[in-house]
Design a protein around this ligand. Structure first.
Ligand code: FPP
Length: 240
């Protein structure tokens, strides 16, 4: 069975989970934090070294102001409350996305959390905030263009490998499996570059209901996939 070195998740369905219970949407986001803990435990069990979660997209600013505020408050409260637990669990926490748009207090907490967990050797937990896959590709293009301007890179030397080294999370293996909860079957501008060969798993389960058993189901589904990376089924079989 091929292993999962990197799992990416679009955590969708918090609002509907709450509404189905007559609760405010914020209650769904809070319940979503419990699901994150469960998945972290599952990653330990399945020896998944890297977990990347889509917590706030660059498009989520379009939500009602109050919901955006609730989400920001929740990120801040979660960082304060959970950082010690993550340190105890040996988790390395990193954020991907343009955090310069956040309030300075939150930016400070984010930097501090990254710094305090930098040396941890357990699961590497990457939280995508104010992240968009197209933004990521554009910021990579800007980096490369700057190198061209500085005279350290020739335009014709830009290739897939160099470009890939400039997008976020380039130091990690690309995601082997993407899980999207909440019943939609789309990528929604998440890791557009990095998901080129990723197996995509969509489930109707709402994010707050996602638990170790639900992860198990996704992992079992993944184990049955044949990853061909453009080769024929026979070639791919011979390569495994
Ligand atoms: C999508 O559900 C979920 C979000 C936009 C927020 C996800 C954030 C969390 C679960 C909190 C995690 C926080 C950390 C720090 C890891 P939705 O609101 O779009 O649900 P709906 O589709 O049912 O409306």
């Amino acid at each position: 069975m091929h292993s999962i070195r990197h799992l990416a998740i679009i955590m969708d369905g918090n609002g509907r989970w709450a509404q189905a219970r007559g609760l405010p949407r914020s209650a769904g986001h809070k319940a979503g934090i419990n699901a994150v803990h469960k998945v972290l435990r599952g990653c330990d069990e399945h020896k998944i070294a890297n977990l990347t979660l889509f917590a706030f997209s660059s498009e989520n600013w379009r939500r009602p102001r109050n919901e955006v505020r609730v989400l920001m408050d929740l990120f801040l409260a979660t960082l304060k409350k959970e950082l010690n637990i993550l340190i105890e669990k040996n988790v390395r926490l990193r954020f991907v996305g343009d955090i310069s748009a956040f309030d300075t207090h939150l930016q400070h907490r984010i930097n501090q959390a990254e710094y305090q967990t930098e040396g941890n050797s357990g699961v590497s937990l990457n939280i995508a905030v104010n992240y968009g896959g197209r933004w990521d590709i554009v910021q990579a293009a800007i980096k490369l263009a700057q190198q061209v301007r500085e005279g350290v890179l020739e335009p014709e030397d830009i290739d897939i490998e160099k470009f890939g080294a400039s997008v976020c999370l380039s130091e990690l293996p690309e995601p082997d499996l993407l899980i999207r909860t909440g019943g939609e079957s789309r990528i929604s501008n998440f890791l557009n570059w990095q998901l080129a060969y990723t197996e995509l798993y969509f489930t109707n389960c709402l994010w707050p209901d996602f638990d170790v058993a639900a992860l198990e189901e996704a992992v079992t589904w993944y184990a049955g996939r044949q990853r061909r990376f453009g080769q024929t089924p026979e070639q791919a079989k011979a390569a495994t």
